[in-house]
Design a protein around this ligand. Structure first.
Ligand code: SF4
Length: 343
């Protein structure tokens, strides 16, 4: 039987994806950007974001020179904003320490902010033809099934088994085609919910298929109930505009514009007086929004507020009044942007 890699490479040449906007280039910057955008995000969602991003920031230097605020605006709606912060920080590092060019080896690439071992190997493979194993979510699933590796892939021990399996099947040549094949096969054939084993080039020796365990592998994350948090956000309106506050540099949604926030049982009028020196009328409570983070679930309770008496303190740095339309194109967290669409 031909090797795992040989079968994947042959499959890729016929069935793989070749027309994505970040393919057919050796430009490490574009490859890096696509790899970061594709983490936790589907290809179809990424394409328009990727195209807008490269149109505005065509290379590492342009990204490094851009204000973070502008980068976040281009990321707004993609979620997992830490990725955008890291991209920006890594672009600056590349300019300051590497003359604006990408290092050619995966180990040095992996030292940049926000680039893990798998992403570094993918960039080095696609940009420089460097031989190295990748292990993104799709590849974990594919290898867990094909090699019959049980256990949650996020578990350290299982993860090292998967890395070892990924290293073992690595070909000596055609690393770019092979790397793309792993990604494409995981994304289009060995999918999470409905794997198409009848179209799979490595079905004949797939342990999960042969032992009838395709639906069981990879093992799911051990069940754990996520903690719940709740917060109230204020839709403070004045003369057709809404008040936004810059989120702190650390914590969730860092650096984005969001609505002023307070504990659900805090007194709204007192808060507006102390924080903005403003008299307000508390209006309608809008239906709550549920938003899931990796480590907790957040219920957001939006509350309409009308300003009765205005004080200049609310013009302070870190605060901005935006019309609804302007808010829709600003760097807002996705649940707040969704709220803007319905108010
Ligand atoms: S045979 Fe099925 S389960 Fe096994 S690798 Fe192929 S698609 Fe995945």
């Amino acid at each position: 039987m031909k090797s795992f890699a040989t079968r994947l490479i042959a499959w890729q040449r016929i069935h793989g994806r070749r027309d994505l906007p970040w393919q057919g280039t050796r430009d490490a910057y574009r490859i890096w950007l696509s790899e970061i955008m594709l983490q936790q995000t589907q290809v179809a969602t990424v394409i328009p974001y990727y195209e807008r991003f490269v149109a505005s920031f065509p290379d590492v230097r342009a990204l490094a020179a851009a204000p973070l605020e502008r980068v976040l605006e281009h990321w707004s709606g993609l979620g997992y904003y830490r990725r955008a912060h890291h991209l920006h920080a890594a672009a600056k590092t590349l300019v300051e320490r590497h003359g604006g060019a990408f290092p050619r080896d995966a180990e040095t690439i992996a030292m940049l902010p926000g680039i893990g071992r798998s992403t570094a190997a993918a960039i080095a493979a696609f940009a420089f033809g460097a031989r190295g194993a990748i292990l993104d979510g799709n590849v974990r699933r594919l290898l867990a099934r094909h090699r019959g590796i049980a256990g949650f892939p996020g578990d350290k021990k299982v993860e090292s088994e998967l890395w070892a399996a990924a290293e073992l099947v690595l070909p000596q040549r055609d690393i770019e085609t092979y790397t793309q094949a792993l990604m494409d096969l995981g994304a289009t054939v060995c999918t999470r919910a409905s794997p198409r084993c009848d179209r799979c080039p490595v079905a004949t020796d797939c342990i999960a298929r042969l032992s009838n365990r395709v639906a069981e592998l990879p093992s799911p994350r051990p069940r754990k109930t996520l903690p719940q948090r709740a917060v109230r956000v204020l839709l403070i309106e004045r003369a057709g505009a809404i008040l936004f506050e810059k989120r702190p540099a650390a914590g969730i949604w860092s650096g984005l514009w969001s609505l002023p926030e307070l504990d659900v049982d805090a007194d709204i009028e007192t808060l507006c007086k102390t924080r903005f020196a403003t008299d307000v009328v508390v209006g309608e409570a809008l239906s709550p929004i549920e938003h899931g983070f990796t480590h907790f679930l957040l219920t957001i309770h939006p509350q309409r507020i009308t300003v009765r008496k205005w004080a200049s303190r609310a013009e302070a740095p870190g605060l901005v009044w935006l019309t609804r339309d302007d808010a829709l194109s600003a760097a807002l967290p996705s649940p707040i942007k969704a709220l803007m669409r319905r108010v």
